[in-house]
Design a protein around this ligand. Structure first.
Ligand code: 3H9
Length: 693
């Protein structure tokens, strides 16, 4: 084997050239890979001794895409489109040999080859849409020529990874070869092409799969309509659709030019920058500077959960889903029975939707043991407490657990706001105590805030992160402070939403502004959904806030068909005259002069204090990096990923502007708006949150 450059090799095996890419970790199309491919193909194209060429990769995967880290930098090295033009134009058969994931630009390389073979475990896809992009190396033009318009639209706008067998069935892969025998299989396939005198299959020349859509352009309008909700706010899905329209209606080369133009537009936009940032943020969040990656972890083969309510049950499902047995503890038999029945019902509903077999339901339920005895947790590796939010109750429970749990067991609290250090002090082993703040519904929501106490050991932190990964969560390590990262920032938004409501904006105005910003719902709709009576009691209600007033009227949210909105039987919300009246009454009682409030102010008042609070969180070291805060907001609170998270958004708006507004608000309304020192410092230095760590 001869090295073409540091990442590409070339060898010849009886008339078949094998071009091998070896550029860890994922063989992304860096300058070196593109240069290597260009040079390797230059050597073999037109060489009459070479009858076929196999393109294969070393390591864990086929080319997993363009080098995302290189985006936005001045173009360097060989032009990928030119390399692919040469590959497709080759006079010898070119076969892509796929293992791992052929994604984005990597899959586009494979589509430019004449044939594709893959091992059964391989996956292919065009995930560019998830980076706010579209396939920019011919994928939008070649994919529909193979799989037709409907499937291409699905694949490109979802970014899904499609398994090799499904790829084979739809013609994206021409042959499946034995696992671990890819090289031999691909060479044998290439030889069979030569022996059978098979034609050079150039995808650019295919047309039969496009004809149907050419005669029925309505297919695009229907697709847009069917997915309008899913695509709301995003630029990239429609850009992808427009490229498929071009594939149908324009000659190949014109379609390619159209694809390039739209790709460049997306690449220059803030949405793609935000989504690419989120890609790297989602990887960085797992890295903890003072907890090395090789930290020895603890077992988590047996999990105990205390509390069979909505939260405890949801947490239990996470573990049952991945085959970890759970012991669920309650204080009363009826509560335990209800909790277990809810878990069963959730699984059965999933089975009804066809996403689980009944055998799976039984298998999961068989791993769940209910008990009224805390002593049953003596053998648990991890105990997660999910009882109600009362410090005295939690401390008493942790003191008992300390006496029962085996040495080294992780003792976790699911508190969403209480002081984890204080809870840890109720035990003789604060190093084993950690917060695992699941979000409701815990079996659905992806975010997990892992709350590190002052004394939590590295092993407990590392194990908690590993456990989070195993149960499919996105975990962010945060420090102890009221509300941790997510709820602490949310409190800023909620406070302002309430204030704006009394000052003159209606709940529906505020909800509309935040919905249009990209949240799945605004703060009032969210409160109605969650229930307004969480932590509220009639006995202690003082009638001083809207929430209290609403609860006193039994308007407790969607569950009572009334909250900030009125709800009909289908849970459709309409503004409420009663609420309007209550707002006026409360505003008058507080001496607030109402005024018309512009949308811009609603947005700035709701969002900038969150950014400011995020800066305080960073200043206090309660989050490791600004991007971790963004990951919390994207995964736990519906922050639109195309705006990158609150800290990224602050950078986009400009920290000087955020600071000026905070100062203006502080002058008008006081200390709630006092700018964070970090915000002042960064703005003064012309820096951004993104460059902090
Ligand atoms: C594209 O192709 C556009 C074209 O159409 C345009 C042509 C003109 N670039 O995820 P992991 C890094 S857009 C740079 O932890 P896994 C990643 O940051 C691209 N770096 O591993 C991490 O680094 P670190 C379309 C990349 O096994 C390390 O590799 N392609 C890239 O869980 C390991 O990654 C995609 O969108 C990249 N393309 O998952 C695919 N990919 O260790 C994006 C990964 O320093 N990639 N890195 O943190 C993935 O989906 C997953 O990484 C993959 C492996 C499934 C491949």
């Amino acid at each position: 084997m001869a090295a073409v450059n540091q990442v590409v090799d070339l060898s010849v095996d009886g008339g078949v050239a094998v071009v091998t890419v070896n550029s860890p970790p994922v063989n992304a199309l860096s300058v070196a890979v593109r240069d290597g491919l260009a040079a390797a193909f230059k050597q073999v194209l037109g060489n009459t001794d070479i009858q076929a060429i196999v393109l294969i990769c070393e390591g864990r995967t086929f080319i997993a895409g363009a080098d995302i880290a290189g985006f936005g930098k001045p173009p360097q090295g060989a032009n990928l489109l030119e390399v692919l033009r040469n590959i497709e134009g080759a006079s010898q058969h070119v076969v892509a040999a796929i293992h791992g994931t052929a994604l984005g630009g990597g899959f586009e390389v494979a589509l430019a080859c004449h044939y594709r073979v893959a091992v059964p475990s391989a996956k292919c896809g065009l995930p560019e849409v998830k980076l706010g992009l579209l396939p920019g190396a011919g994928g939008t033009q070649r994919l529909p020529r193979i799989v037709g318009v409907a499937r291409a639209l699905e694949m490109m706008t979802s970014g899904e990874h499609v398994g090799a067998k499904a790829c084979f069935e739809m013609g994206l892969v021409d042959a499946l070869v034995e696992e671990d025998k890819l090289r031999e299989g691909a060479i044998a396939f290439a030889r069979s092409l030569i022996a059978d005198k098979r034609p050079l299959k150039k995808v650019r020349d295919l047309d039969d799969k496009l004809v149907a859509a050419r005669n029925d352009p309505q297919v695009f309008a229907d697709f847009r309509k069917a997915n309008a909700r899913k695509f709301r706010g995003f630029d990239a899905p429609d850009f992808n659709i427009r490229c498929v329209e071009a594939a149908v209606n324009l000659p190949f080369d014109e379609g390619m030019a159209f694809e390039r133009k739209l790709f460049m537009e997306l690449m220059a936009g803030v949405q793609s920058a935000a989504q690419r940032y989120a890609f790297f943020a989602g990887r960085a969040v797992w890295k903890i500077p003072d907890v090395p990656a090789d930290t020895a972890t603890l077992p988590f083969a047996q999990v105990g959960i205390i509390g069979a309510g909505t939260m405890g049950g949801g947490i239990a499902m996470n573990f049952l889903n991945v085959g970890v047995p759970v012991t669920l503890v309650e204080t009363r038999q009826d509560a335990l029975d209800r909790g277990i029945a809810t878990i069963r019902k959730n699984y059965e509903n999933t089975a009804k939707r066809g996403r689980l077999t009944l055998a799976d339901v039984e298998k999961r339920m068989s791993m769940l043991t209910g008990t009224l005895s805390l002593e049953a947790l003596a053998n648990a590796d991890v105990v997660i407490e999910a009882v109600f939010e009362d410090m005295a109750v939690k401390k008493a429970l942790f003191a008992k657990l300390d006496a029962i749990a085996k040495p080294g067991a992780i003792l976790a609290t699911n508190t969403s706001r209480l002081d984890v250090n204080e809870i840890a002090c109720a035990t003789q082993r604060p190093e084993s105590v950690i917060g695992l703040h699941f979000f409701s519904p815990a079996n659905v929501m992806r975010l997990l805030e892992v709350v590190r106490g002052d004394k939590t050991s590295n092993a407990v932190i590392a194990t908690s992160m590993q456990m989070a990964k195993k149960i499919g969560k996105v975990a962010a390590l945060v420090g102890v402070c009221p509300g941790f990262v997510g709820n602490r920032m949310l409190a800023q938004r909620q406070r302002e939403a309430q204030a704006l409501m009394l000052e003159g904006a209606s709940p529906q105005d505020i909800d509309r502004v935040l919905y249009d910003f990209g949240f799945p719902m605004g703060p009032f709709a969210m409160s109605d959904l969650a229930g307004l009576d969480l932590g509220w009691t009639r006995e202690t209600s003082s009638g001083q806030t809207m929430r209290e007033k609403l609860c006193e009227l039994d308007r407790r949210g969607q569950k009572t068909n009334a909250g900030y909105y009125d709800y009909d039987a289908d849970r459709t919300a309409t503004p409420s005259a009663i609420v309007d009246h209550l707002i006026l009454e409360l505003a008058a009682a507080k001496g607030i002069t109402r005024r018309a409030i512009p949308d811009e102010e609603i947005l700035e008042r709701c969002i900038y204090p969150m950014i400011n609070e995020g800066a305080k969180i960073l200043e206090e070291g309660k989050a490791i990096r600004a991007s971790d805060i963004d990951i919390v907001w994207i995964n736990g609170y519906g922050w639109p990923i195309y705006r990158g998270g609150p800290m990224f958004y602050g950078d986009t708006v400009g920290l000087s502007k955020v600071l000026d507004k905070m100062r203006e608000f502080e002058a008008k309304w006081g200390a709630d708006f006092r700018p964070a020192k970090l915000l002042e410092k960064l703005a003064a230095e012309g820096r951004r949150f993104q460059r902090l760590s």
